[in-house]
Ligand binder design. Structure first.
Ligand code: PLP
Length: 394
């Protein structure tokens, strides 16, 4: 009944499997089952103490009301300075809009730029929210396959083929969820080069994992000459500073686009929470040793997990270069990725995500988040090994 009353655009929204599987895993735990959580993309470290202290201070100093819609000038300034330092992009606070988390930048960009029928080039597999938001805006996702053979980077020839007169936007995620792939600098340059022939195409560059890199370096496409004004950068505090629950992110975009994003913000959120913005200034400008320690821990886990998975017959696990996910190929074990992940949870007590939930080119893989302690990771590997040998014996 309600179905008939809903606006038809609701049919186009999809969900994020990580939250669904987390709920399923929690339900199993409530029944007394032991579950290792490798489904959700959330650092298992606390928010660094000095950032929490800055939030306390801000609350005590009265930062409890609305802030200006795009954020406090001093917080926007701090983000612009950080982008200059870290992303090598000359920018100013007029180009920064602070929003509640990284996700709103995706949602707002689609609402702002995508007309029904517009094509949006989207890596596949990728964060499921991209495709959901593209479709919600009436756009048509055009997949660019990311494959293990290509180190999960963008194949420039396939990318060029996907461009058309209908292309409105290109999505890049570097380092990437779910694969951990990093797009090399030369490929970033080649993408920018290919876009020269398409001056009306924008890029949404999701850089939320750009501090979590273990090999190689991350290049923001906005740092390539000529690209800044057509790139919307998405970044935020969730992953780098272990602040997922604070809901704090930002877009860096052309001032005229920033004004439109501000309009979407005033119509939906008014502003991001004021005291969190003051803590953000501390996060970006204060000591970075907690980030460095977290990256070192992730590196150790990544090295262990990839090596251990590769000893399991039937599993091939490329060593990811960034983020905190491995994306092993499980296709030789004879199950679809959906069935594999469901049975792994039910029969072995390891919560993982099916590769296909990130797009059809993710079929044959599962995503395991190593944002969980090494001891748990060791148990998970053992359980996965036993599950794999059970499948092979079947
Ligand atoms: N972009 C990617 C690729 C992500 O994986 C995530 C979170 O998982 C986000 C954006 C959203 O981050 P936030 O929690 O800050 O909204």
């Amino acid at each position: 009944m309600l179905e008939k009353l809903l606006a038809s655009r609701m049919d186009n929204l999809n969900t994020e499997s990580a939250f669904q599987i987390l709920a399923r895993a929690k339900a199993l735990e409530a029944q007394g089952r032991s579950i290792i959580h490798m489904e959700i993309g959330q650092p298992d470290f606390p928010t660094p103490r000095h950032i929490i202290e800055a939030a306390y201070r801000a609350l005590n100093e009265g930062y409890t009301g609305y802030s200006p819609t795009p954020g406090y000038p001093q917080a926007r300034e701090a983000i612009a300075e950080y982008a200059a330092r870290h992303k090598k992009i000359k920018t100013s606070m007029e180009e920064v809009v602070i929003v509640p988390g990284g996700k709103p930048v995706i949602f707002y960009t689609m609402l702002m730029l995508v007309e029904p029928g517009d094509e949006v080039i989207c890596p596949n597999p990728s964060f499921p929210i991209y495709e959901s938001c593209i479709r919600f805006a009436g756009g048509v996702p055009v997949p660019v396959p990311l494959t293990m053979e290509n180190d999960f980077s963008v194949d420039i020839e396939l990318f060029k083929k996907s461009l058309s007169p209908r292309t409105k936007l290109v999505l890049l995620n570097n380092p990437a969820n779910p694969t951990g792939g990093v797009i090399p600098k030369e490929t970033i340059r080649a993408i920018a080069d290919a876009l020269k022939e398409y001056p009306n195409v924008f890029v949404l560059s999701d850089e939320i994992y750009d501090r979590l890199v273990y090999d190689g370096e991350v290049t923001s496409i906005a740092s390539v000459p000529g690209m800044k004004d057509r790139t919307i950068i998405l970044d935020g505090f969730s992953k780098t500073y272990s602040m997922t629950g604070w809901r704090l992110g930002y877009g860096i975009l052309h001032p005229e686009l920033a004004q439109r994003m501000e309009l979407l913000m005033v119509n939906s959120n008014s502003c991001a929470a004021s005291f969190t913005q003051m803590a953000a200034i501390e996060a970006l400008g204060g000591p970075q040793d907690a980030v460095e320690a977290m990256v070192a821990a992730f590196r150790e886990r990544r090295d262990f997990l990839a090596a251990a998975l590769n000893t399991i017959p039937g599993i091939i696990c490329p060593v990811p270069m960034g983020a905190f996910y491995v994306f092993p190929d499980i296709s030789r074990l004879g199950l679809s990725s959906e069935t594999f992940a469901a049975r792994l949870l039910n029969e072995a007590g390891v919560a993982a995500l099916s590769g296909a939930s990130f797009g059809s080119f993710g079929e044959g893989h599962i995503r395991l988040s190593y944002a969980t302690g090494l001891e748990d990771i060791k148990i998970a590997v053992q359980r996965i090994g036993e599950f794999a040998s059970k499948l092979q014996g079947a």
